[in-house]
Design a protein around this ligand. Structure first.
Ligand SMILES: Nc1ncnc2c1ncn2[C@@H]1O[C@H](COP(=O)(O)OP(=O)(O)OP(=O)(O)O)[C@@H](O)[C@H]1O
Length: 327
């Protein structure tokens, strides 16, 4: 799979602040790539450079084969953006908004009509298509914003905190539409979020960003694997059963009476062997649990901080967003 985005020492400095600091990352064509970081980590600044809204202080990036500085107009043709702010006109209907964007891109009327209807159908907005956007719920509003970025058939779609300010149910509902966009249109999606569950559920690869720097990149599983292992715990029937298992090859073994706990690199690979030993020795555990590290723990491990520490900034942004959509 070819890379559709490659950044090379991408850096943005505001006065003395390195908002993005020597970022080197690659995004594969057709994947959902999640930029995960707390408020102020540098996610939006990265997106603004990749979408040519601001210029890097140094370094560069290639998007769909074009340099973001030297060929910014070509990059703009290849990308769609769904910013944090709402962009659709509330007084126009969903359909009219899409047609207006198509007109801006000089798309032929008949093609624009077909595209608008296809997109509205994809996010279940056909029935609301002719109503003013001001009558839409928060979730519907976000859905029209999502497809507004797709009218000109971009190759890459940038979603900046797409579910900020939405309640949990509406948020998870929006995830299915984001997945549908990826699957139906086969485009690459770059998503920023400070919701772990969101990137865990959606992203094929996740980049953890903190203080402008890329700390770790990998699949959700790879990030968790880096944490040093899974825990297999068993409650057995006697200490003699524990004795039979105490030499099982694990990274760490701890024993407490008739309970035994193994730390292993990858429980999926080791469980068949363990089950075999239990079976051969006629041991039937009273309880057995397997715990895999969570993405929360991975984030804490790599950044030294919890991601879900709600910051005052987060609160202000959410309130502003709620105010805008309830206007
Ligand atoms: N125009 C600007 N001038 C000065 N500093 C800025 C500017 N834009 C962003 N910053 C600072 O750069 C850092 C990175 O900001 P950025 O918006 O990229 O973070 P983020 O990870 O996207 O967070 P959020 O989710 O809150 O948007 C922050 O410390 C921010 O205050």
């Amino acid at each position: 799979m070819e890379n559709i985005i490659e950044t090379k020492n991408l850096t943005k400095i505001y006065k003395n602040l390195r908002a993005v600091d020597n970022l080197n990352m690659t995004v594969r064509s057709g994947e959902i790539f999640g930029l995960l970081g707390q408020n102020g980590a540098g996610k939006t600044t990265t997106i603004k450079m990749l979408t040519t809204i601001i210029k890097p202080t140094s370094g560069t990036a290639i998007v769909d084969g074009h340099d973001i500085v030297k060929e910014s107009m070509k990059v703009r043709d290849s990308i769609g953006i769904v910013p944090q702010e709402l962009t659709t006109d509330e007084d126009l209907s969903g359909y009219e908004n899409l047609m207006l964007i198509a007109d801006f891109y000089n798309i032929k009327k008949s093609d624009a009509r077909a595209k608008a209807l296809e997109l509205l159908k994809m996010v279940d907005l056909e029935d609301a298509a002719r109503r003013p956007v001001s009558t839409y719920s928060g979730g519907m509003r976000k859905r029209i914003e999502l497809i507004a970025g797709l009218v000109h058939s971009p190759k890459v779609l940038f979603l900046d905190e797409p579910t900020l300010g939405l309640d949990v149910q509406t948020r998870t509902n929006l995830w299915s539409y984001i997945k549908a966009i990826k699957e139906n249109l086969g485009i690459t999606i770059i998503l920023t979020s400070h919701y772990l569950e969101e990137v865990d559920a959606l992203a094929d690869h996740i980049a953890i960003i903190d203080h402008g720097r890329l700390l770790k990149v990998g699949t959700s599983e790879e990030l968790k694997e880096g944490l040093g292992g899974d825990i297999i715990s068993m409650e057995l029937n006697s200490e003699s059963e524990v004795n039979l298992l105490k030499d099982f090859p694990a990274k760490e073994t701890s024993i407490n009476g008739s309970s035994i706990r193994f730390k292993v690199e990858n429980s999926d690979a080791i469980l068949p062997e363990l089950m075999n030993i239990l079976y051969r020795n006629h041991i039937w555990p009273r309880k057995m649990t397997v715990e895999k590290p969570s993405l929360d723990e991975a984030f804490l491990e790599y950044t030294g901080r919890k991601i879900n520490d709600e910051t005052p900034m987060d609160y202000v942004k959410t309130m502003n967003y709620m105010r805008r959509i309830s206007r």
